[in-house]
Design a protein around this ligand. Structure first.
Ligand SMILES: [Zn+2]
Length: 210
């Protein structure tokens, strides 16, 4: 029988006994994720942030998204997948699609793959892709014209969870919130500067996901 190995580094998984359930990563790899698990209240919307963005995530997301290492898709949410599935149960989960150009280049939608097997809608799309982290504040306002809502798009339920992988300035998500009016926002990882800027928005009296 093949020994189970870490999806990232290939090391044998020998720490199964430490957990109630096996992970798909070794302890060293799992510990590189900076767990944040905080809830923010922003303009009446509950934002749930799982990780603080760090170099580890930057490298991992680069390998996943730009080098198209799709085998990494399940590693991001693996320990939380059941809680997330439960929390998302009565919502329509929506993501912002990449631009057509980016999608053709990659051949997959990174956030949709991360959220699988969750059923995901993509009522919004980017008219073009732009590197947000390098953009100045004035340029970032441009995002409002970059994100568009598809004209005809049916929903099953009423409430929306908007999900995204990285929140750098929050501009994409804010623009998307304006178009979709979600009840909740789920962010895989938020940039430390965003976290610092929004520390006044953290709420402790609300629970969601965990
Ligand atoms: Zn590992």
């Amino acid at each position: 029988m093949d020994e189970p190995v870490c999806t990232i580094c290939g090391q044998p998984l020998d720490w199964i006994t430490d957990l109630f359930e096996a992970d798909i990563l070794c302890r060293e790899c799992r510990e590189q994720f900076l767990v944040h698990k905080k809830i923010y209240q922003i303009q009446g919307i509950c934002w749930c942030v799982l990780y603080e963005y760090n170099e580890w995530l930057e490298r991992l997301l680069f390998q996943y998204k730009e080098q198209k290492d799709i085998a990494l898709a399940p590693v991001f949410l693996y320990p939380y997948r059941k809680k997330i599935r439960k929390a998302f149960r009565n919502y329509d989960v929506c993501v912002v699609c990449s631009s057509e150009q980016k999608r053709l280049e990659r051949g997959f939608e990174p956030v949709i793959e991360i959220l699988k097997p969750q059923n995901v809608y993509s009522p919004l799309y980017k008219t073009r892709d732009r590197k947000q982290s390098s953009a100045k504040k004035s340029e970032r306002n441009e995002i409002y014209s970059v994100i568009q809502r598809k004209m005809v798009y049916p929903f099953i339920h009423q409430s929306i969870v908007l999900a995204d992988d990285v929140c750098t300035t929050g501009a994409t998500l804010m623009a998307s919130c304006r178009l979709l009016q979600p009840k909740k926002v789920f962010v895989l990882a938020a940039h430390p500067l965003w976290i610092e800027e929004h520390k006044g928005n953290v709420v402790t009296n609300q629970r969601w996901i965990w």
